[in-house]
Ligand binder design. Structure first.
Ligand code: PLP
Length: 408
């Protein structure tokens, strides 16, 4: 028998990074297998922190299961797509669209992958925020494109740096990704910033890809403004789903809405349709969950009000982090995260991946390093604000104790 041919991973994966479930998670799982309890703050997964699936969603999906065993239309069942059309009728200024402008996917993740695959050729550039939700960078690379990161400005509440965006546009720039409310910073972008991004897209003929999966998770006076509403004259793809607002991430259910002119983009949109067809359809029981979620009680509203759990946890994380010497944190206005800065004058961190590993081994808490979100310097980390108040405040306190004596 000949020796088996060595199998390495495809070279296409060279720039595909996803530290949210990277080497530190493998070590956390090893520690768990050895009997330790690890507080896993690496993913924004509400279910593991005691957030139950809304009853109506579960009930309606269960009712649908016996007859939801066939493939659906590749865009998704029309009832769910109609519910999505109605949802956006209540979003101020959102341009009108039709059920055929909606695609359901197995989470926003699948729709991001379909979009970059349908859009990009070798050498095409996509502007992506830094820090980012790293799937955007990973899928741009995997699709043959080149991610180009524009900075968010921490001094300005993590709003995108418009001059940096302008400076990074080249003739190869095809699209700009906007993540608002933002993962990992918790920033909610102002109307002025969004209008300026739209203007840059207008002047440079850029496709807008707007990831709005946290659109209903905003605190205090923050108002989420949909990118499509400030750019109705531009082709805009809006991504959203059930994982966060409806807290059923495991159902893997998301949607993509296409708005604006499309004559010039026929080929690209046919590409989306082609890829939607090749994966046949999204999970059909979860499509029924979309219908139930969007037409039922919006239970997220209670969680984000001042007495609500998500609001309280945001405050605990933000206050606790700022109380640690040498740590500062911009107040998150939305989403489920805080992205504190470790002052390099106080905490000399050269390798933030190592910091996360050492924190895990010492405190049994798993967080994610800032560079895992394509942040250029090793001076940030991301804290998931989903654990209940007592657990979260203890975790932040332990982070502070750990940092007090940590040296690299
Ligand atoms: N986009 C952003 C900004 C996210 O933070 C996440 C998950 O954390 C996703 C997309 C993935 O969403 P889904 O569960 O719908 O695949």
């Amino acid at each position: 028998m000949t020796a088996p041919r060595p199998l390495d991973q495809s070279s296409k994966l060279r720039n595909v990074l996803y530290e949210i479930r990277g080497a530190a998670l493998t070590e956390a799982q090893r520690l768990e297998a050895a009997g330790h309890t690890i507080l896993k703050l690496n993913t924004g997964n509400p279910a593991i922190f005691g957030f139950e699936a809304p009853h109506q969603i579960v009930r309606d999906m269960l009712r649908a299961v016996p007859t939801a065993h066939g493939y659906s239309d590749s865009r998704g069942i029309v009832e769910a797509r109609r519910a999505i059309v109605s949802r956006y009728e209540n979003v101020p200024g959102f341009p009108a669209f039709d059920v055929d402008d909606v695609y359901l996917g197995n989470g926003v993740s699948e729709l991001i992958t379909m979009t970059t695959q349908a859009l990009l050729d070798e050498g095409d550039e996509v502007l992506i925020p830094a820090p980012d939700y790293p799937l955007w960078t990973a899928m741009t690379s995997l699709s043959g494109g080149t991610p180009v990161h524009y900075l968010a400005d921490e001094q300005n509440g993590w709003q995108p740096d418009l001059d940096d965006i302008r400076a990074k546009i080249t003739p190869q720039t095809k699209a700009i990704v906007v993540i608002n409310p933002n993962n990992p910073t918790g920033a909610v972008y102002t109307r002025e910033v969004l209008e300026q991004i739209a203007q840059i897209a207008r002047e440079n003929s850029l496709l807008i890809l707007s990831d709005e999966i946290y659109d209903r998770i905003v605190f205090d006076e923050a108002e989420h403004i949909s990118m499509a509403s400030v750019a109705p004259d531009l082709l805009c793809l809006t991504f959203n789903g059930l994982s966060k607002t409806y807290r059923v991430a495991g159902y893997r259910s998301g949607w993509l809405v296409i708005t604006g002119p499309r004559e010039h983009a026929r080929g690209f949109l046919e590409g989306i349709q082609l890829l939607a067809s090749t994966r046949l359809c999204a999970n059909v029981p979860a499509q029924h969950a979309v219908l139930a979620a969007l037409t039922g009680v919006q239970s997220i509203d209670h969680l984000i009000e001042p007495e609500g759990r998500l609001h309280e946890q945001r405050d605990i994380a933000w206050e606790g982090l700022n109380a640690i010497p040498g740590v500062s944190c911009v107040k998150p206005q939305g989403a489920l995260y805080a992205f504190p800065r470790l002052d390099p004058e106080v905490h000399e961190i050269h390798d933030d991946k190592r910091l996360i590993y050492d924190l895990l081994v010492s405190e049994h808490i798993l967080m994610v390093e800032g560079t895992g979100f394509n942040w250029p310097t090793p001076d940030h980390l991301r804290v998931v604000t989903l654990p209940e108040p007592r657990v979260l405040s203890e975790a932040v306190e332990r982070l502070g104790n750990f940092l007090a004596s940590y040296r690299q």
